[in-house]
Design a protein around this ligand. Sequence first.
Ligand SMILES: [Zn+2]
Length: 323
Amino acid sequence: MDKYYIAIDIGATKIRVAIGDKNGLIEKKVFLTPRTGDSLIIARKIYECILNNYSSFIDRVESIGIGTIGPLDIRMGRVVNPTNIDIEIVELKKPLEDWLKKPVYVLNDAAAGVLGEKMFGLGKNYSNIVYITMSTGVGGGVIVDDHLLIGKLGNAHEIGHIVVDYDSDIPCGCGGYGHWEAFAGGANIPRFAKILARNNPNMIKTKCYKESLRGELTPPKLFKYYRENDMFAKYIVERIIKASGAGLASVINSYDPELVTLGGSVYLNNIDILKEPMIRYALKNIITEPPKIETTPLGEDIVLYGALALAINPPEELIRIQK
Ligand SMILES: [Zn+2]
């Protein structure tokens, strides 16, 4: 009998629930992430979505994999104080196991992403892989010697908080300064742009400059202005590229990967602007043999593929700590 798996991607704005098998995703459903409610509201919505759409499969479902926004309490398989959502604790593993009577595995979305890259993407023939997402935040998933790195609390791959500018006044959402994500995370770009505008009062007052000063510069507008040759947009994007090149160099030096794949909406929508200079900057600062650095072929579905890979083949390290 064919075996099926349920794959779930929990983002700050959308939740995607898919059914799949060892060959890939078969069908997916998308709904908006509840922004308020009790600790079970998200699990309940997911459970309803599974019952409404995949009930004919449910007897043949082996397990469920979840890639979610953090921060994670990896041992309990739940999210604690997620940014952008007004829910203190998001219980996932326990209620879904109780209701579905199947094993549920939970990982940070980027950590799931690298599992997806290995099973379904470019990583099939590699043992040392890093997946980097540049989206609302900057995150990563890391496989070294065929092992997924997890860490004591599940934060072994928080590469977005690598300090890329040690004397910086650019704050990160986490409370630190000068972190990669402070420059390149989509959620931080309006604040970063505002500080740059304030610090450079003598710059030409372009459209981008004025919007930055008002704190209204979104990532899509920034890259649109860049394409229109706005001088201030070029100045900001240059800083994002250098911060990302520095972060990428640190990642390569820390994990010695054979393959690095890049994804996330900020990157995927602006590959033509970001990819080549970011890599050029990074490769000037590494001490190891350069890895292959590619755009992920799994696009916006990489976390779903990762959740599917997690359900099919949960890492032993995770099974040991997630009970
Ligand atoms: Zn940070």
